[in-house]
Design a protein around this ligand. Structure first.
Ligand SMILES: Cc1cc2nc3c(=O)[nH]c(=O)nc-3n(C[C@H](O)[C@H](O)[C@H](O)COP(=O)(O)O)c2cc1C
Length: 180
């Protein structure tokens, strides 16, 4: 799959086949995601893959801020990935001060790049993903026993797609770009 096809045909997938994903394939996806750019190459993204049915269901039912749509998606997905990041590196100087006026927001910026790279890599391997932003950060951290010094960036449902959704409408290029 070339880059254009990968970017254009990736969709948020919310219906999955029951097939489990092998750890080998999941490692191949992370192997690609680790080439995402990051602040001073700090590589702060971490991937917590949840395949255990009980842990996954606990997250689906108790950690998604009672947003039933996400509970439903996670219940159908054979796995989910908590994308976390190591705190206080991205956007920081060695002495612990912020490098720029964006302060700690580069942490989530890097987590976002890593998450999209992960999703594109997964798509290339025939997997569907859905990035989720509506979740209870503290409860997710507890559910996956996130180590001290790491924060949850996003929750990603993952599995082999059982649907082929149309791309939601996109803005026109002219609405997005300005040449100066
Ligand atoms: C930061 C972020 C948070 C999102 N949160 C959710 C979510 O909580 N639940 C959900 O079903 N989709 C969520 N989405 C998926 C978007 O709805 C989806 O990307 C958008 O509608 C465009 O569709 P596409 O991904 O198929 O191109 C999220 C996407 C992003 C990037």
């Amino acid at each position: 799959m070339n880059t254009t096809d990968c970017i254009k045909t990736r969709r948020s997938i919310r219906n999955y086949k029951e097939d489990q994903i092998s750890q080998e394939v999941l490692k191949e996806v992370v192997d690609l995601a680790r080439f995402a750019p990051s602040w001073k190459n700090t590589q702060t993204a971490r991937y917590y893959v949840v395949q255990d049915a009980a842990v996954k269901q606990n997250i689906a039912e108790n950690c998604m801020m009672e947003f039933a749509f996400n509970t439903k998606t996670l219940t159908k997905a054979p796995a989910l990935v908590v994308v976390a990041y190591v705190e206080k590196r991205s956007g920081y100087e060695r002495d612990g001060s912020f490098s720029t006026s964006k302060e700690d927001r580069w942490e989530m910026f890097d987590a976002g790049i890593a998450t999209q790279t992960f999703c594109l890599a997964a798509h290339e391997k025939g997997l569907g993903t859905c990035i989720m932003g509506i979740f209870d950060e503290e409860k997710i951290a507890e559910a996956v026993s996130l180590p001290e010094g790491q924060k949850v960036g996003a929750v990603v449902a993952i599995g082999y797609p059982a649907e082929e959704p149309q791309a939601p409408a996109r803005k026109e290029v002219e609405q997005l770009v300005q040449f100066l």
